[in-house]
Structure formats: structure tokens, C-alpha cells
Design a binder for this molecule. Sequence first.
Ligand SMILES: Nc1nc2c(c(=O)[nH]1)N=C([C@H](O)[C@H](O)COP(=O)(O)OP(=O)(O)OP(=O)(O)O)CN2
Ligand SMILES: [Zn+2]
Length: 118
Amino acid sequence: MKIMQAFRFEAAHRLPNVPEQHRCRRLHGHSYRVELRLEGPVDPVTGFVVDFFEVEAAFRPLLERLDHYYLNDIEGLENPTAENIAVWIWERIRKALPQLTSIVVYETADCSAEYDGG
Ligand SMILES: Nc1nc2c(c(=O)[nH]1)N=C([C@H](O)[C@H](O)COP(=O)(O)OP(=O)(O)OP(=O)(O)O)CN2
Ligand SMILES: [Zn+2]
């Protein structure tokens, strides 16, 4: 069974490694959406793969580090692309959520990056 829980955060960033004329080199912000995707058997007693409350508790400390911050200031996010944010979250949450299969980070409604550890 597959489950997914989504979270949102607001943050500012700039992409330091794009060409000078690229607009994303300038300071700007996004309303990010993060999807945590998990997979596993359904516990016959609880009816859960993982309790959504447990997923929320695992992600909360990371959300607090991201929401309303300038992402480039965060260690490991000096180049805060959607791809790098997905990897950053994966590396910090995976131990707490062994059923995690992938993380999707949306910068806009139309653009996202998905990381599955591979
Ligand atoms: N592969 C990636 N490409 C780009 C990333 C990224 O993380 N991974 N990021 C950016 C910029 O952050 C940029 O800000 C993206 O947002 P935006 O310019 O708003 O993109 P839109 O297409 O939604 O812009 P419109 O104004 O709607 O045209 C760039 N590339
Ligand atoms: Zn951007």
C-alpha cells in the first residue's frame, strides 16, 4: 500500500550557480510543497502503513528549519534547487521513516523534483 503526506513552506532563495543573466540568480521566493511518499503493508490492527501523525512528527523539525528562511543560509542548501532540497530532506528524515520511498519537492505548481535515494 502506498501513502503520501504533503507539507507546505514559504522560503526565499537564489541559485548561485546559474549564469549571470538567469533570473533565478536573483533573490526570490517560492511557496514550496513537499510530498513524503511511503510504502509498506497495512497493519491489520491500526489499518495504517504509518500513522500520518508519525510522519508529521518526523518532518516537523525540518519544516521548522525551512519555513520562512533564506534557504542558501542553511548548511547543505547553499545551492537550493528543488533537486537539492529533496536530497537534503531525504538524508535527514530517512532513518525516522524506513517506509519512505521518495520525496517530491514542488517549487511551483508545475515544477518539481522527486528523489528516491538513487
Ligand atoms: N531543474 C531545475 N530547474 C530550475 C530550478 C530547480 O530547482 N530545478 N529552479 C529554478 C528557479 O528556482 C526558478 O525560480 C523557478 O521558478 P519560476 O521562475 O517561478 O518558474 P516558472 O516556470 O513557474 O515561472 P513563470 O513565471 O510561471 O513562467 C529554475 N530552474
Ligand atoms: Zn526559485
